[in-house]
Design a protein around this ligand. Structure first.
Ligand code: AQP
Length: 335
């Protein structure tokens, strides 16, 4: 594959740190395919980010390929989009080190994700968890990215990327393109079904808290039935109704109905009816992705060929930015 010169670059990724959830899908992946005609899109499986939390090696390996298959099954055409695994392109680690030296301790200390993950993994507050934003900045800046489609939880990391890039540009002259976050209208933050004030996360140990993209229809319906709501009975989008608001958001993402339309549809009906409808809309919405995923996973040779080709083209693009950066900061380069 080769990008056309006149289109802006989009970059995003998901960590293969667990089985992907509805949050990853509605907040990020589902929207990626809408960008593939207008932009040159790069979607990476960010395995280097995943090891900031301890991973089982066999699981990490398996999930890396599964995540690629989910990207394609979600509608990303490998001929149109550059798909690859982060650790296959060493320039990510190389630029991350340089950016580490231009990112302040105070800036990194303010990152919400660092605070949340440190609290969750008190036994393993490693340096990688702390410098995660520099690696993410490297991912984005290596490819002259203009837009980064992410859920709202990642907005702070885009802001720090912009700050570091602007700082670098100010010292050394125009080097990096300053990226913008790109967020969907609905679904920028999907909440846990068990604790609807908490983000739905793939690493949540409570099985009932998240819908996994590969969950069966029965499991999906069961999980929605158990979703925590409130003691009211009225399907209405309102303050204090976190559980119902979350279910309405999910239903809206799958049916494209507005909150008013949903309120009307379930007027006078109880939560039971509504939860069942959300479960069915979600399961039916995910069914084509699941079928395509199964087909792709039966052909690992094809998936590997995409990864090899992707790594090769990504390395070529990334090496151009990296050598420019090395030159600007004064690293000696032989002719
Ligand atoms: N609950 C969510 N709602 C909307 N968007 C979400 N994203 C994640 N959770 C939600 C978006 O998915 C993309 C990939 O996320 P990631 O894998 O890089 O890391 P994350 O944000 O830390 O996702 P998880 O699922 O919570 O992973 P773990 O449990 O490993 O930390 C991002 O664009 C993110 O915004």
């Amino acid at each position: 594959m080769e990008f056309s010169n006149d289109k802006k670059i989009v970059f995003s990724g998901v960590q293969p740190s667990g089985n992907l959830t509805l949050g990853n899908y509605l907040g990020a992946i589902k929207n990626w395919k809408t960008l593939q005609d207008e932009y040159n899109c790069i979607y990476c499986v960010v395995d280097m980010h995943a090891i900031t939390v301890r991973q089982d090696p066999a699981e990490l390996r398996r999930r890396t390929l599964e995540t690629l298959a989910i990207y394609i099954a979600s509608g990303l055409d490998p001929k149109e989009n550059l798909l690859f695994v982060q650790s296959h392109v060493p320039a990510h680690a190389q630029l991350a080190w340089v950016l580490d030296c231009y990112t302040m301790f105070g800036e990194l200390s303010r990152m919400t994700q660092f605070k949340d993950k440190s609290a969750k993994n008190a036994q393993n507050i490693n340096a990688g968890l702390f410098t995660y934003p520099s690696l993410m900045a490297a991912d984005i800046l290596l490819y002259k990215t203009a837009l980064v489609p992410v859920g709202v939880d990642q907005k702070q990391h885009i802001e720090i990327t912009r700050d570091v890039a602007e700082r670098f540009n100010q010292i050394y002259g125009e080097t990096f393109v300053i990226p913008e976050p790109y967020m969907p209208k609905t679904g920028t933050k999907i909440f846990s079904l068990a604790e609807p004030t908490k983000k739905m996360s793939k690493s949540d140990e409570n099985e009932n808290a998240s819908i996994k993209l590969l969950d069966t229809k029965d499991a999906i319906i069961r999980k929605f039935k158990r979703a925590v709501t409130d003691s009211d009975t009225c399907v209405k989008y309102a303050e204090g109704k976190d559980g119902i608001n979350n279910l309405m958001t999910i239903y809206s993402c799958f049916t494209s109905k507005s909150m008013e339309e949903i309120e009307k549809e379930f007027d006078g009906r109880g939560y039971g009816d509504f939860k069942l409808a959300v479960g069915e809309a979600c399961a039916d919405g995910l069914a084509p992705l699941q079928a395509e995923y199964a087909r792709l996973m039966a052909d690992k040779g094809y998936l590997e060929s995409i990864l090899k080709e992707g790594a090769s083209y990504a390395s070529y693009l990334a090496s151009k930015t990296l050598s420019k950066v090395y030159r600007k900061i004064g690293f000696y380069q032989t002719k």
